[in-house]
Ligand binder design. Structure first.
Ligand SMILES: Nc1nc2c(ncn2[C@@H]2O[C@H](COP(=O)(O)OP(=O)(O)OP(=O)(O)O)[C@@H](O)[C@H]2O)c(=O)[nH]1
Length: 216
């Protein structure tokens, strides 16, 4: 009997020491059956459930601490990204992405590059915040994708890389979710710096023009 996922956790609005809200929207994508739901549930509850209904679509709100910072995460568990409108909407919504493949399914690995490329296109960024997970490493005898292949691809795509077993658990699952948050935070701070510096440039030009006008 398939087990239904627990209902999403209640929403929290967290504030950091300086009074600001730290939050990030994460999207978990990958081919059907690679273990996206199992990884999310493992991250949220530290438990593994063998059988799920195939995911329709589910968003979880989760309060946690990452690097001593209180963070409110929203995590979207996607159900295949075949519908182009839905797909684009998910990508626009997300700040960071976890792309999952199964080490026992080469075709799921082959989809990773095109997914990453699509994120970059939709977000109009050279590199969106993204980590790659090769899941189901407990099924070593059925492995079709080596660790080296995963590492190589992740390095080509400039993403952090983790191999996990949602079934057995382990720190790498936690670390993958934390790492994508860190990446989101890094990029946000770069964007903010850029925005501040261009606002400063506009102010300088404006002040120069104003001074010239006043002098004339
Ligand atoms: N052995 C093993 N089985 C796993 C692991 N992760 C998930 N599974 C199993 O793989 C199947 C699919 O897992 P899901 O978490 O539903 O995969 P999904 O990617 O969310 O699937 P869709 O919602 O259909 O896209 C289930 O039977 C899980 O029990 C793992 O790490 N090891």
């Amino acid at each position: 009997m398939p087990v239904h996922l627990a209902p999403p956790l209640p929403a929290y609005m967290m504030t950091t020491k300086n009074g600001k809200t730290a939050e990030a929207k994460l999207v978990v994508v990958g081919a059907p059956g690679v273990g996206k739901s199992a990884l999310i549930v493992r991250f949220l509850t530290k438990r593994f459930i063998w059988d799920y209904d195939p995911t329709l679509e589910c968003t979880y709100k989760h309060q946690t601490t990452i690097d001593d910072e209180n963070v409110a995460l929203e995590i979207l568990d996607t159900a295949g990204l075949d519908d182009p409108i839905n797909k684009e909407g998910h990508i626009r919504w997300g700040d960071g992405f976890i792309v999952v493949y199964s080490v026992t399914d080469r075709s799921s690995f082959d989809e990773v590059s095109s997914l990453k490329q699509y994120f970059d296109e939709v977000k109009k960024a050279r590199n969106v915040s993204c980590v790659i997970i090769g899941n189901k490493i407990d099924l070593e005898r059925q492995r079709q994708v080596t660790t080296e292949e995963g590492e190589r691809l992740a390095s080509e795509l400039a993403c952090a890389f983790f191999e996990t077993s949602a079934c057995e658990g382990g720190e790498d699952i936690l670390e993958a979710f934390h790492e994508v948050y860190r990446e989101v935070k890094r990029r946000k701070s770069i964007e903010n710096r850029r925005r501040r510096s261009s606002a400063q440039q506009v102010r300088q030009v404006f002040n120069k023009m104003l001074n010239r006008f006043m002098d004339s």
